[in-house]
Design a protein around this ligand. Structure first.
Ligand code: NAP
Ligand code: MN
Length: 265
């Protein structure tokens, strides 16, 4: 089996990556930086987001494994002191592959459309003040938004930014997107639902911002400022991201351990 490691760059993560390479070579796993089957992220959830985006072109051909070196990560199943166990599992066992939905975000400009994918969420904010946008669901006007911004999250991203905004935590088997508001202003002109909305797999929404408004867009941790956007289409992506599991770690156990701290073993 071929693998690559993406580490956070701190001392502990780098040391663990070196140890992994040594153990892996002994057990016959092959390091392959260009065409890996397994992408091992060593660090935090942010490291897994980086690993995801750096392998986006081969997303259908890779599976991710997370090792956490700080506090318990949401995407990371393995602790630093379990590294040897992980390498042995990888050498001896077939993993179970679990697939989580992604968000597809199409940016429509006068020049054409560009597509982006997010593992956690897509975020839109105004740069020079509040964001003003019309939100359509399935090509019909839904609401007129004015406020700090909108977060469109995947189920696995529902525990990230979305959760801080009071959005629901969604099981990744529910192929969906969640729209959560960041500080919406409500008056006679701009009126929003207020609660977050869950769109099923076959629905889409468009965020139609005012012409030439400067927008701060983010796909997970990747930010850009744009002023050429006409509208933004958000939908559940056709393809998913794969995680390799060598032992069960149910989603609700992750939620419990990450946020509630109860360690049931
Ligand atoms: P960061 O500022 O280090 O991330 C913020 C926190 O979110 C970190 O504790 C991170 O864990 C955690 N996190 C990331 N993905 C998660 C997930 N799926 N479930 C639960 N927690 C998660 O920046 P970053 O590491 O580059 O991560 C980017 C993410 O930060 C964005 O995708 C967004 O979800 C989140 N964010 C949150 C807020 C907010 O809650 N107010 C604001 C902006 C961005 P690690 O420490 O393990 O990396
Ligand atoms: Mn981080």
């Amino acid at each position: 089996m071929n693998y690559v490691i993406v580490d956070r760059g701190d001392q502990l993560s780098k040391e663990l990556a070196e140890r992994f390479h040594t153990l892996a070579a002994e057990l016959g796993l092959k390091r392959n930086d260009d065409q890996p089957e397994m992408v091992i992220s060593i660090g935090g959830d942010g490291t897994l987001l980086q690993a995801f985006h750096s392998h986006i072109d081969r997303i259908a051909d890779v599976a991710f494994i997370g090792v956490h070196t700080g506090h318990l990560g949401f995407f990371a199943d393995w602790q630093a002191d379990e590294l040897e166990q992980l390498v042995r599992m990888m050498a001896d066992n077939e993993p179970r592959i679990v697939r989580y939905p992604l968000a597809q975000i199409d940016l429509v400009t006068d020049e054409g459309t560009s597509s982006h994918v997010a593992l956690n969420e897509f975020t839109i904010k105004g740069v020079d003040g509040t964001l003003v946008a019309q939100i359509d669901i399935n090509d019909e006007l839904f609401e007129m938004f004015r406020g700090d911004g909108i977060v469109v999250s995947t189920p696995s991203g529902s525990t990230a930014y979305n959760k801080s905004l009071g959005g629901a935590v969604i099981h990744p088997s529910i192929e969906s997107l969640q729209l959560a508001e960041i500080a919406s202003i409500n008056n006679r002109v701009f009126r929003t639902l207020g609660s977050s909305v869950l769109l099923p797999q076959h629905h889409h929404c468009d965020i139609i911002s005012r012409k030439e408004q400067r927008l701060q867009l983010a796909f997970d941790h990747l930010n850009m400022t744009r002023s050429d956007i006409r509208s933004i289409r958000c939908s559940v992506a056709d393809h998913k991201v794969s995680f390799a599991r060598y032992r069960p770690f149910p989603f609700w156990n992750r939620v419990r351990e990450a946020f509630l701290g109860y360690d049931v073993k």
